[in-house]
Design a protein around this ligand. Structure first.
Ligand code: FAD
Length: 452
């Protein structure tokens, strides 16, 4: 078994781990990044499938994501706007399609008023939440004990308003049903993006994409680290104590003063810790779970929906694909649609054969865009639920009551072991921006600790 020694070993070559590794290097510390997969990037993965470049994982950049924007600039990457000319479509509870512009779905005036009121109320509540310390809110406990679904039910009897407001957090962000997470968790999700209104505004939250794909961020960060990024190295065990850490993979031992676990918290228990993690971590990690969404890519010989005056932006809490967008690549003559099938709907279609699943999903897209949507030239489903080293999408969130009970210790180091991942972030939570923020933060903590 080969052995190497570094100042810091980092488990996971995603955006968080590679950001931390580069910062630590710049501060004069030596690093080794151990990555389980045969590629870097984790949940960022740009690949060519049947001749089409697809963003299998994360892709969008929003205007408030300063950490990601700084990284893009520093790496010399350029961005382009998501296509948004023309009208969006909304499908209501009885299946009727309505075209609209702006953010608010075209619902009956009374429902619209309730939705606008709810958005205002949620914005006011979100403004009181510190995304880095949601548990410190005076009502944190009460907000964490009521599901978002229950909270909405108390606010209004209007089912369509409730379904639409729930959609912005449940299907579209945490990718769990609204009964499965708390109101505090919902407020954190919105606070991490600046406001609830920002989540309602697709032009904000899904503003830009990166020319050539977002996986270039981890690829370029890894390039700078050269041989210090080691692929196909799943960390199986981690010994830790006052003297430092020793990580073991199938054919390598790495000794270091500090370790960073830079991966989804649901995967901590894939590592045998010697001695075991403390009681608090054992408990808290069990209260986090990944959401689940299928990202569906359908490529056509041309963006035919634009000919009908459609932007490609489509929403419906009553459709299998609850949201869909024009996802045509920069400079591409072909047209690409991306749709999302979330939580229980995703479970349901995975009970079907691949052929039936494809048919059902394309049928749903055809409700938004017409029958041409049923015949893509390339079709692909990103299924992160079956990825051993991720196990869901987009990220992890707490069960009911878990956030106020355990949140404050999510990032607390355990001896020489530190934690960094988008799933632990305040601003940028569940996003690449949050992963990069966590990478910078953990690196500066370790630089400081290494000097004491
Ligand atoms: P990860 O990317 O998960 O990296 C962790 C790495 O650790 C992985 O490479 C994994 O293989 C490795 N690892 C795990 N366990 C071990 C082990 N024991 N030993 C060694 N290595 C290990 N974000 C946005 O900002 N915009 C979007 O549009 C967007 N869309 C998304 C769409 C999808 C389908 C998905 C899945 C995610 C999306 N996200 C989006 C979220 C974003 O991709 C993630 O939040 C971010 O990439 C996470 O980065 P990370 O470094 O924290 O973790």
């Amino acid at each position: 078994m080969a052995e190497i020694t570094r100042d810091v070993l980092i488990v996971g070559a995603g955006a968080a781990g590679l950001t931390a590794a580069n910062d630590l290097r710049k501060a004069g510390l030596s690093v080794a990044v151990l990555e389980a997969r045969d590629r870097v990037g984790g949940r960022l993965w740009t690949d060519v499938i049947d001749g089409a470049m697809l963003e299998i994982g994360g892709q969008w950049v929003s205007p408030d994501q300063d950490a990601l924007k700084d990284a893009l600039e520093e790496l010399g990457l350029s961005t382009y706007s998501r296509y948004r000319e023309g009208e969006s479509v909304y499908i209501g509870p009885s299946g009727e399609l309505t075209r609209f512009t702006g953010d608010i779905f075209p619902v009956a005036p009374a429902t619209e008023k309730i939705m606008v009121d709810l958005i205002e109320r949620l914005d006011a509540m979100v403004a009181e939440i510190d995304p880095d310390r949601p548990w410190a809110h005076p009502d944190a406990e009460a907000l964490d004990e009521v599901s978002f679904e229950q909270w909405l039910a108390v606010q209004t009897d209007d089912q369509e308003a409730r379904d639409n407001i729930a959609l912005f957090i449940a299907g579209a962000m945490l990718t769990k049903p609204a009964h499965a997470f708390s109101t505090l968790q919902a407020l954190l999700m919105a606070a991490s993006a600046g406001s609830f209104s920002n989540l309602v505004d697709a032009d904000f939250i899904l503003d830009e994409r990166v020319v050539g794909g977002l996986q270039q961020v981890p690829l370029l960060l890894a390039e700078r680290l050269g041989d210090d990024v080691l692929l196909n190295q799943p960390v199986r065990s981690l010994e830790w104590g006052d003297a430092g850490v020793t990580a073991t993979t199938d054919d390598l031992t790495v000794r270091a003063r500090f370790a960073i676990l830079a991966h989804a918290p649901v995967l901590y228990n894939r590592i045998s810790f010697v001695p075991p993690m403390p009681r608090r971590q054992h408990q808290l990690h069990q209260h986090l779970s990944m959401g689940f969404v299928i990202k569906v890519h359908a490529v056509y010989d041309r963006p035919f929906w634009r000919e009908q005056g459609l932007s490609g932006t489509a929403f419906s809490p009553y459709e299998l694909s609850h949201e869909a967008y024009d996802n045509t690549n920069h400079g591409d003559e072909r047209g690409t649609l991306v749709g999302f099938v979330s939580d229980k709907h995703a479970d349901g279609v995975f009970e079907l054969s691949a052929e039936e699943r494809k048919e059902r999903i394309l049928e749903s897209l055809s409700h938004y865009y017409g029958p041409e949507a049923k015949n893509p030239v390339v079709y692909y489903e990103s299924d992160w639920g079956s990825e051993e080293w991720t196990r869901g999408a987009y990220a992890a969130s707490f069960d009911l009551g878990g956030l106020h009970r355990y949140g404050k210790d999510l990032r607390t180091p355990v001896g020489p072991i530190h934690f960094a991942c988008s799933d632990l972030a305040g601003a940028g939570y569940q996003h690449v921006d949050g992963a990069i923020r966590m990478g910078h933060l953990v690196a500066s903590d370790i630089v400081e600790a290494s000097r004491s």
